[in-house]
Design a binder for this molecule. Structure first.
Ligand code: C2E
Ligand code: CA
Ligand code: CA
Ligand code: CA
Length: 278
């Protein structure tokens, strides 16, 4: 038994070393990626459900590593959060998005809003100041920007986070709850949050209208959001059936492959200018 214990201890440390080695390698990779311009942003349109006009887009980060190839954000964002790199990465995303907004405004575009995903760890003291400074320096009004945060990001440290978001919302930045429905099931707290929008998680959208359970859930979420004077967005919309159902339920905005995939800036620009998806 003693022998076994020692062997498993050695195995354990070997595995741990491999894991920390990978973490170290990934940390170096991520830091290099920011410096070497390996990150880009793609933009996925959001559609006004009633008029089918584009209201704006969501910025989604893309990482093309020279050796690893495309690395999905679902893989490296959690790692960047663990490694404490998310602040630098998050600032890069905000800076790039705001820079892109400035370019589009200079092209004469006006009626759009770009959403950025923000991790819980980014909401530290100094975040508001940095963000408002970036907007000021780029001469981009706050109304062009929206922040998407998950329920857990807001609820985990709500005493700190709520005042920060309240201040940003007062400046005209829109605040969205992302992946809505996957976290806290008690809707009571929503009334107290400084938010404009709920984004219903794509897992609820996938099987509508065929799944009666999901159809009822989605219609209840939309009705509840409207009672709270919040705008509702459905993400992951892929079929005409989903569109029809969501329109019938008065969902405000739609987003998903049915309308457009996330696109590089030069490909979404003509869509934003035209106000429609092709
Ligand atoms: P999310 O914010 O919930 O974004 C929605 C994800 O669904 C995106 O995946 C998007 O490409 C994908 N999607 C869009 N339309 C459809 C559809 O019709 N069907 C399906 N099945 N999927 C669709 P992506 O780009 O791989 O991003 C995954 C997650 O990574 C995001 O989920 C977000 O949590 C995170 N993420 C992406 N960019 C950033 C970023 O700049 N900062 C932070 N903190 N997180 C980011
Ligand atoms: Ca999002
Ligand atoms: Ca989402
Ligand atoms: Ca998500």
């Amino acid at each position: 038994a003693k022998e076994n214990g020692r062997n498993s201890y050695q195995l354990y440390t070997a595995a741990m070393n491999a894991a920390s080695f990978e973490h170290l390698a990934m940390e170096a990779n991520l830091r290099e990626a920011i410096k070497n311009g390996q990150f880009t942003l793609h933009y996925q349109p959001k559609i006004d459900a009633a008029s089918s006009r584009i209201t704006g887009a969501e910025a989604l980060i893309r990482w093309q590593h020279p050796k690893l190839g495309y690395v999905a954000p679902s893989l490296f964002i959690p790692l960047a959060e663990d490694l404490g790199i998310i602040n630098d990465l998050g600032d890069w995303v905000l800076g790039s998005t705001i820079g892109q907004c400035r370019n589009w405004i200079r092209e004469g575009m006006d009626d759009f809003r770009i959403a950025v995903n923000v991790s819980a760890n980014q909401l530290q003291p100094g975040f508001n100041e940095r963000l408002l400074n970036m907007l000021k320096e780029a001469e981009v009004e706050p109304r062009y920007l929206e922040l998407e945060l998950t329920e857990s990001a807001v609820m985990k440290r709500s005493e700190d986070v709520v005042p920060m978001l309240t201040a940003l919302k007062h400046r005209g930045i829109h605040i969205s709850i992302d992946d809505f429905g996957t976290g806290y099931s008690n809707f009571g707290y929503l009334k107290r949050l400084p938010i404009n929008k709920l984004k219903i998680d794509l897992s609820f959208i996938r099987d509508i209208p065929a799944s009666q359970d999901d159809a009822e859930l989605v219609s209840a979420m939309i009705a509840m959001a409207h009672k709270l004077s919040l705008t509702v967005v459905a993400e992951g919309v892929e079929t005409a059936g989903q569109v029809a159902f969501l329109q019938q339920q008065n969902c405000d905005e739609l987003q998903g492959y049915f309308f457009a995939h996330p696109l590089p800036a030069h490909e979404i620009q003509p869509l934003l200018q035209a106000g429609i998806c092709q």
